[in-house]
Design a binder for this molecule. Sequence first.
Ligand SMILES: [Zn+2]
Length: 201
Amino acid sequence: MIRVDLHLHTTYSSDASIPPKTIVNQLHAHPFIKAVAITDHNTVRGYYRVQELASAEQDMLIIPGIEVSAIGGDLIVLGVAELPSKPWTIENVIDFARERDGLVVVAHPYRAYGLGDLAKNYGFDAIEVLNGISAPHVNKMAENLAKAMCLPGVAGSDAHRADELWTVYTEVQASSDTDEILKAVKKGLVRVAYARKSIHF
Ligand SMILES: [Zn+2]
């Protein structure tokens, strides 16, 4: 089993202030979250930088990802380290991810830039049911959407600032390996939870 934060931003997102080094340092120090998907807005440059810094570390896994500002709402692509070509329609992003064995997760469906009920018209792999910077009732609506669509629910902090890191996590029945984690998420071998910070950074 591995605990992973499946949604966060680095300084490579224009609205975020978390340096890649901070992510690596905090992951190293964290008592139980040992994997993270780097999901900057419309770029994978932050992922490559974090991965580079983490390559010397033994105890952490960095999963490639992107939060794509798709037409209709934000989508998280996991397991792919390149950008889809435009136009970023929902269909195009799903096809792009499928061709590369990646997953497409509906980010915060009922918050600003969320897909909302529109999500029901597409074949996604999972729904983000616990977003660290969304209000509880909005997360609850996302949970109901996942149930209605019979899709797995995942969690991500959506941290844009260092003090927002690791507030929630996804527990995945997999070892520390990107392919294994993605397959387990798709199968629904996941559980989401809030994480109280048990150490001070
Ligand atoms: Zn985000």
